[in-house]
Design a protein around this ligand. Structure first.
Ligand SMILES: [Ca+2]
Length: 499
């Protein structure tokens, strides 16, 4: 035994010394409308030119996952899925209330795994969904006191859906995301010396609140987007032959007082007045650019401290956003605009020249990727029932894509969204293949089985992205697509394990 232990000892030293730090950046409700995504991978033409120099710079030295999809297009389910590395049907978190440790299992989270491997692990802002949905920021994930910004009450009122905050106000009462960036900078300065000396690695998670509603930003950012440059979406109508179960009436936006007074119904084939649509789009882009600015401040400090060469920087947003396309707003649907979100990972020494992949990827893939890229022991695939398995993965490491971005990776990627309709609990399961988006809305058993009843379906959607990238025409009932639909039905029912 003795010689093998000696061998193991000498093998482990260089591995541990080579471990990388992680700067884990998160944005809330940011759709992938960034310059780096120009081209075929954003469903609608991008107007106007988006100002996102910091994320574009990060993208240029990252693996840019141009077709990455969240597992459920709303905050807590998406975040819980990514941070546990498991899908909503395993975490059993489909809403903004339930906590995975109560309803799913006592899973080891991504930051917790780094903590268990000896890292300093700090979190700030919105990483998990705050409050009950995360047991108040999942305390076992961190070993540094968690940071939340002040002035939240001032800047989260329901009075206005958007506001350019005047300089006099934001100087006196800094916006939460500026405070979060400030705290990230302070934290990096604290963890830098032990990281640079090789004594202690870090995992610093920085969660920004924007561009989530209300769209607030320091006023200067509005000047980046002259109002006359903002366009209405091309497709302000629901998809032809869309089943009503697919629709969401965007109550989150309509509850703001300035929107409520417009008396918008939220019904299918209605939307907001054109002037309001223009204002909201302009404010969203301004909030996006404001977030980009704060991201840039944090990355600049990482570089200034000399940490750039040994720190992985990942950026993702928890889902996309509908800015009036289909007449829809917010997230909470299975449309491309809601489930498609930005993700990029800079891995020093591996992606410095930039790697762009068009392969279909999923947000559950980030956990195993960061683990492998940082040099931690890799995770096994979860068994069918992983309720009692603390550590496993339901995604796939993206490392092979970095070495060869055109290899075959996944044939399909999966998202889902629950509805309650006609007294039934329904779960919309959607699948994106290279060419199609295919969705079924079956009845759902809920607890304790959490299973779809495929025999009782409340709607089917089939969008052909080759001819209809905006998903304007549901072909599920078009006879020309019946063979395709039959094939996609089987593929969807087979699920992620077989794709
Ligand atoms: Ca969100």
């Amino acid at each position: 035994m003795w010689p093998s232990k000696v061998f193991l000892f000498f093998c482990l030293i260089p591995i541990i010394q080579n471990r990388k730090n992680v700067l884990f950046l998160v944005s809330d409700d940011m759709r992938p409308e960034l310059a780096a995504y120009y081209g075929q991978d954003f469903p609608t033409p991008i107007h106007p030119q988006i100002h996102s120099p910091n994320l574009d710079a990060l993208a240029s030295k990252s693996i840019l996952l141009k077709r990455a999809y969240v597992q459920q297009a709303v905050c807590s389910p998406s975040r819980t899925s990514l941070l546990t590395g498991r899908r909503p049907d395993t975490t059993h978190v489909y809403d903004l209330v339930k906590y995975f440790r109560d309803v799913g299992g006592n899973f080891t989270t991504l930051p917790e795994y780094f903590k268990l491997n000896g890292y300093t692990v700090a979190g700030m802002g919105k990483i998990f969904h705050p409050g009950k949905a995360s047991g108040y920021d999942d305390p076992s994930s961190w070993n540094v006191p968690y940071f939340h910004a002040s002035n939240q009450a001032r800047y989260t009122t329901k009075q206005k859906s958007w506001r350019a905050v005047p300089t006099s106000e934001y100087v006196a009462y800094p916006l939460p995301d500026r405070q979060i960036a400030d705290n990230a900078i302070t934290t990096l300065r604290t963890v830098a010396p032990p990281a640079l000396s090789g004594d202690k690695n870090f995992f610093v998670a920085v969660g920004f609140h924007k561009p989530h509603l209300p769209f607030l930003f320091e006023e200067d950012f509005l000047n980046l987007y002259p109002r006359e440059n903002i366009r209405l979406p091309d497709n302000g109508y629901a998809p032809v032959d869309m089943p009503s179960v697919a629709w969401f009436s965007y109550g989150g936006l309509r509850s703001f007082h300035d929107i409520a007074k417009l008396n918008a119904s939220g019904n299918i084939n209605t939307s907001l007045p054109n002037d309001t649509i223009i204002d909201l789009r302009r404010a969203y882009y301004s909030a996006l650019s404001y977030t980009d600015f704060q991201v840039g401040r944090v990355i600049a400090e990482l570089e200034n401290l000399g940490l750039g060469n040994n720190t992985i920087v990942s950026f993702w947003a928890d889902h996309g956003w509908q800015l009036g396309e289909h007449g829809e707003w917010c997230k909470q649907t299975n449309f491309e605009d809601a489930v498609h979100a930005p993700m990029m990972i800079h891995i020093p020494g591996l992606t410095d020249k930039g790697v762009v992949t068009e392969q279909l990827t999923e947000f559950v893939d980030l956990y195993p990727t960061l683990v492998e890229a940082a040099g931690l022991p890799v995770l096994d695939l979860c068994p069918e029932d992983s309720t009692k398995v603390a550590l496993c993965r339901e995604g796939t490491s993206l490392m092979p894509l970095i070495l060869n971005p055109s290899i075959e990776f996944k044939r399909a990627v999966f998202s889902q969204y629950p509805r309650s309709t006609d007294g039934h609990n329904v779960m919309g399961y959607t699948m994106r293949t290279d060419r199609y988006r295919y969705t079924e809305w079956p009845e759902f058993t809920g607890s304790p089985d959490y299973k779809p009843l495929w025999g009782n379906v409340f709607g089917i959607e089939l969008y052909d992205h080759n001819v209809d990238p905006e998903e304007n025409h549901n072909r599920a009932y078009d006879l020309k697509y019946s063979a395709v639909r039959q094939r996609l039905t089987k593929q969807l029912h087979d699920g992620w394990r077989h794709n």
